[in-house]
Structure formats: structure tokens, C-alpha cells
Design a protein around this ligand. Structure first.
Ligand SMILES: Nc1ncnc2c1ncn2[C@@H]1O[C@H](COP(=O)(O)OP(=O)(O)OP(=O)(O)O)[C@@H](O)[C@H]1O
Ligand SMILES: [Mg+2]
Length: 238
């Protein structure tokens, strides 16, 4: 697989075309951002750690029957994926209250939810990824009714698959964000699943093992990602 032109530079990944029209390369950078790009840093080895964790999680989801874009990891920081027509909404599931839900509803961080909460957000940094609902998605034609249903169902399925995976590693899956895209007339899970886009707490101490360490200046960010990888059994060497 040959890396072609740079197609897109996101906040944490660069996307390249390849010699196959329906394949892209996701290049995981060390760049780390928070608050819609207002806080930036480069964290040594983060790209490599995220590429390894993403490979492991995408593989686990595929074997559990979720269609993903993931094809293969081809270097420390690059993976080949199927090119998707991305839907510009983010799908979030929460098992424990944290982050924007805590702020929005005034409920303290750490409140255990009896059932998962599902939320849509518009993927738009300039607008700070606003909270939206099905009605907005339909009204502005960001996705069809069938796609809205599929995104919700798939995201809740991913939660059912990943919660026990993390629990077996002594980690609480607090919340996570997914992005989907169109692969012909099917939806597939796109983008990434890494500690950049979810909250993971140590099950005993509730210590943070995710990007909140960066947002809140807690230090040892990549060390925490590595701890997650180690506990999950993600290979840390080739
Ligand atoms: N399979 C795919 N096909 C096409 N685009 C994809 C695919 N997977 C992910 N992407 C897009 O590639 C980009 C990855 O870069 P990154 O995650 O760094 O961007 P971001 O800064 O979070 O997002 P954005 O700039 O779009 O708000 C995102 O825009 C994502 O939606
Ligand atoms: Mg992103």
C-alpha cells in the first residue's frame, strides 16, 4: 500500500490517499488537543500508542460483528482503512456522568447511570460541537432516518461489547464518542477508538486513564494510555 497525497489534516490524525481509490491511510500523530483546539501539545509516543489501541479495539469490534472501516496497521503510526463518506455527527454513549453532561445538567461527575445515555453532537469545532437531536439531523439532512437509527443502535452495541472488555481489565468505560460513515448503502464505524475519544477510569481508584489527564493537567498522559494498553493485552512491540 503506497501513501499518496495528504487529504486532510485533523487535530490528531492526518489522512492520506493511497494507490487504491477506496482505501485511506490514517496517520496517528503525537498532537493532542482539547477544548476544540484551544489547548494543544505534542506528547511523545501518543500516536504509536493510539494506533496500537485502535487496532486492538477495531479488531475486537469486527470479531463481535460490528462493521468497521479498519483494514490493517501498516507501521507504528499508520493504519489502512476503507474510505467512507463520513456523517458529520458524533455519537456518544455514557455509563457514568462526566464532562459536558455533568456541566449541562448540573449532575456531579461520577454519578453511575442505571442505563446508558445516548447523545448526538454536531461535528463542528467552530461551533464547539453542539448537542443536537434526531430532529436537527433530519431537518438539515445530515443523515437519514435509517442512518439515525443505525448509528444509535450500533453505538449502544459497541458499548455492550466494550464495557465488559474494559471491565475485565479493571477499567470503567465511562463514556466514548464514535463517528460513522457510509460504505455504499451500509454504515461502518469510522475514525478511531482510543483514550483520546473516551473516558476510562481505574475500576478501584477511579483514577483517570484518558485524555482528561491532558485537559486537566494531571500529567502522565501517555503513561496512562500505555497502562490501558497493557491491561487490555494490546501488543506493545512488533
Ligand atoms: N474511513 C474514513 N474515511 C474518510 N474520512 C475518515 C475516515 N475515518 C476518519 N475520517 C476522518 O478523518 C479525520 C481524522 O482526523 P482527526 O480525528 O485528527 O480530525 P479531527 O480534528 O478530530 O476532526 P475534524 O477536523 O474533522 O473536526 C476526521 O475528520 C474523520 O472524520
Ligand atoms: Mg478526531
Amino acid at each position: 500500500m503506497k501513501k499518496g497525497d495528504l487529504l486532510y489534516t485533523g487535530k490528531a490524525k492526518s489522512v492520506y490517499t493511497t494507490d487504491q481509490a477506496d482505501r485511506l491511510i490514517l496517520h496517528f500523530r503525537n498532537d493532542t488537543s482539547a477544548f476544540d483546539g484551544a489547548k494543544l501539545a505534542k506528547l511523545d509516543r501518543k500516536g504509536e500508542m493510539n494506533n496500537r489501541i485502535n487496532t486492538f479495539i477495531m479488531g475486537h469490534l469486527e470479531s463481535a460483528g460490528i462493521a468497521t472501516h479498519f483494514i490493517e496497521r501498516i507501521s507504528a503510526v499508520d493504519s489502512v482503512v476503507k474510505r467512507l463518506d463520513m456523517i458529520k455527527v458524533e455519537c456518544v454513549v455514557r455509563n457514568i456522568v462526566a464532562g459536558s453532561l455533568s456541566k449541562r445538567l448540573g449532575i456531579e461527575e461520577g454519578f453511575d447511570l442505571d442505563q446508558p445515555v445516548f447523545e448526538f453532537f454536531l461535528k463542528d469545532d467552530a461551533l464547539h460541537d453542539p448537542f443536537i437531536n434526531d430532529s436537527h439531523i433530519r431537518a438539515f439532512s445530515w443523515a437519514s432516518d435509517a442512518e439515525i437509527d443505525a448509528m444509535r443502535t450500533l453505538t449502544l452495541q459497541v458499548n455492550d461489547i466494550l464495557k465488559p472488555l474494559f471491565a475485565n481489565a479493571g477499567i470503567l468505560l465511562v463514556d466514548f464518542k464514535l463517528e460513522f460513515g457510509r460504505d455504499g448503502d451500509q454504515l461502518a464505524l469510522g475514525d478511531e477508538f482510543t483514550p483520546d475519544g473516551c473516558r476510562l477510569w481505574d475500576a478501584k481508584t477511579r483514577n483517570k486513564l484518558d485524555k482528561d489527564r491532558f485537559r486537566r493537567d494531571l500529567g502522565d498522559v501517555v503513561e496512562a494510555y500505555e497502562e490501558v494498553a497493557r491491561r487490555l493485552g494490546v501488543p506493545l512491540q512488533d
